[in-house]
Design a protein around this ligand. Sequence first.
Ligand code: DAH
Length: 344
Amino acid sequence: MKQQLESILNSALAEIEVAKTSEDIENIKLNYLSRKGTLNSIKKNLKDLSVEDKRIVGSLANEVAQTLESKLAEKSSEIYRIELAAKLESEKIDVTLTGSAHQVGRVNPLTSTINEIVEIFQGLGFSVMANENSPECETEYVNFDMLNFPPDHPAKDMQDTFYTNVAPNVILRSQTSGAQIREMFTSKPPIRVICPGRVYRCESVSARKNNLFHQIEGLLIDNNITFGDLKGVLNEFIRIYFGEARPTRFRNSFFPFTEPSAEVDVQCIMCGGKGCRVCSGTGWLEILGAGMVDVNVLKNVGIDPEVYSGFAFGMGVERLAMLKYAIDDIRLFFNNDVRFLKQF
Ligand code: DAH
């Protein structure tokens, strides 16, 4: 048995000597040291020996196992180093090569401004109007007549409104206020909605005006709604949106569909109120029109003005974004100049 063990040791050492891969090492372990390996089969036969022989052969077998294990470990780390070096060589990366940078898209500042405003009003209990109540291609009837515009109102003039050739009275909406009408036709008070959307005006384009821009319309109808509620909601909106105190003013105004009517101005951020090109020297920029919904409008849509009252507002998204980010030309939003868009 002693001889047998010696020959096992020698042949294993010879195999270890010529092993080239970690797979070879695994095979040697399997053949000699595993439960079914050669050494173990010798240990199994120990039971037939005398006590004295058992001791001698047993400890010899253990010695052989230990020698093999340490030789295997040695060889295996040597092979590991060689294999690793080969792998590193074959997968070499030249970190000095110039990379190909990926341009990451951004949300257009108008979209993010709309999202932000919508979230603020949602926080104040308003929900966003269904799309079908807010078409961009609108009838004169909804865009003007139902909103109490007299038939000869100058806003209906071809010079202000884009008419289409779809049908004689179909226009590109000049304001989102028509959505109020559609909402009041399709739902009953209490109503508390906002409606973001695109509007179109046949105007000459300048730093302050584009013929496509965005508005967010708001409408609240319920019992006992007062002008105080309107002021409260709008002041709260301004406070949250600008996140800091900005001088604002409520000015009285006129809209055919509200009575009384008001406009809200925010101090021009570009000049700090001193007066500049953007605010036409006034120091103020108008951000919205608002008012108490006119009794005639409520009657037009079949809401009893004796029972219900409400307020409405329409704000200019571009104006609000310009004031927040100190953007001095409305055309920047639409030119898709990456140098501009990248800043947001
Ligand atoms: N539609 C108006 C505009 O485009 C803004 C406006 C004023 C909307 C008063 C309203 C409102 O809802 O009540 O100038």
